[in-house]
Design a protein around this ligand. Structure first.
Ligand SMILES: [Zn+2]
Length: 326
């Protein structure tokens, strides 16, 4: 019943699967609608726990948000299954990008990359015989320097922020269809942590913050074609992902569909406070600062969490699998 009307806004995993009978809040405009009309009316959920639409009440208007395989989680490193695996294979990692559509969705800032060619941008999970996921977009969850704003935490430690690279399983053709399937999505989480401003010589800045001033207001969209603001995925996350955690979970925003293979990179990306300030100036759909757009951690409920570390000596990146990744 809750799927009778589908209106998904992806690129940042906020969605509205609710019907008007289920829930009285207005429907959420899709990212594409936002791009077209550049405006927001209302939103179906918030991150403010004093609000009736806050995280502890999401389950009221979307029952899946109260499910048993929800995300994010706290990862206790003393309680993970350890395995060996090749680095993550992302064939778009170094591919040139010619433009980026930046959107303030009201809940996050979303980046849609236009690559130099139209070939599928693949993340291959579990080696050559594994599942193929197609890269869709990326977005960010962040907090302030006191409490942090990553969604996942490691041994209770919350990082400053977490970038999400959203992918959908290639067998489902497009993101909205995949999101309804148990094996539909794969999201890579990349933590951000603060770098020392004293070491900022301008040589290692993060391009993804440079045009945030153009989308401070909810609903604003900006097309980045300036080389100062265009980045490849490699330029964004700086390193090949060789060490990561993985588990089965959900979207971290309503409707909280339990369709996500999570891949959480261990190594954070560093960001200077002066860059960070640009994120803090972004305004949420409710007129507040968007800072704090992270869902509280959820119960693990017996799920296995795996930790993978790179082992070298591959003749070719994916010509053998050392450990069978579930
Ligand atoms: Zn997210």
């Amino acid at each position: 019943m809750w799927r009778s009307k589908i209106n998904i806004s992806f690129g940042f995993l906020i969605t509205s699967f609710v019907t008007s009978q289920d829930f009285n809040y207005p429907k959420l405009p899709s990212a594409r609608q936002l791009s077209m009309n550049g405006s927001l009316n209302n939103m179906t959920y918030s991150y403010n726990n004093e609000d009736t639409r806050g995280p502890s009440n999401w389950r009221i208007f979307n029952a899946t948000c109260g499910g048993f395989s929800q995300s994010p989680i706290n990862i206790e490193t003393s309680n993970v299954w350890r395995g060996k695996a090749p680095p993550l294979f992302m064939d778009y990692f170094t591919k040139p990008v010619v433009a980026i559509t930046l959107t303030n969705t009201g809940h996050s800032v979303n980046y849609r990359l236009k690559f130099i060619d139209s070939a599928p941008n693949r993340l291959i999970w579990n080696g050559m015989n594994g599942k193929t996921y197609i890269f869709d977009s990326l977005h960010i969850h962040w907090g302030n320097s006191c409490v942090g704003g990553s969604e996942h935490t490691i041994n209770g430690h919350r990082y400053l922020a977490e970038i999400h690279l959203v992918h959908f399983n290639a067998k489902y053709k497009y993101l909205e269809a995949a999101a309804l399937q148990q094996d539909g999505l794969a999201v890579i989480g990349i933590f951000l942590e603060t770098a020392d401003e004293a070491n900022n010589d301008g040589s290692n800045n993060n391009k993804f913050v440079k045009f945030l001033n153009n989308v401070r207001q909810p609903g604003q969209t900006y097309l980045i074609t300036d080389t100062n603001g265009i980045f490849t995925v490699q330029e964004l996350i700086k390193y090949e992902i060789r060490e990561y955690y993985s588990y089965k979970g959900s979207l971290t925003t309503p409707p909280c569909s339990e369709s996500v293979r999570w891949i959480v990179a261990k190594r954070p990306v560093r960001i200077y406070p002066s860059e960070w300030n640009l994120l803090n100036q972004v305004i949420s759909f409710d007129g507040r600062s968007m800072t704090g757009n992270n869902r509280p951690v959820q119960q693990i409920n017996g799920r296995n969490v795996y930790e993978y570390n790179y082992v070298g000596n591959y003749r070719h990146k994916f010509d053998r699998i050392l450990w069978n990744i579930p």
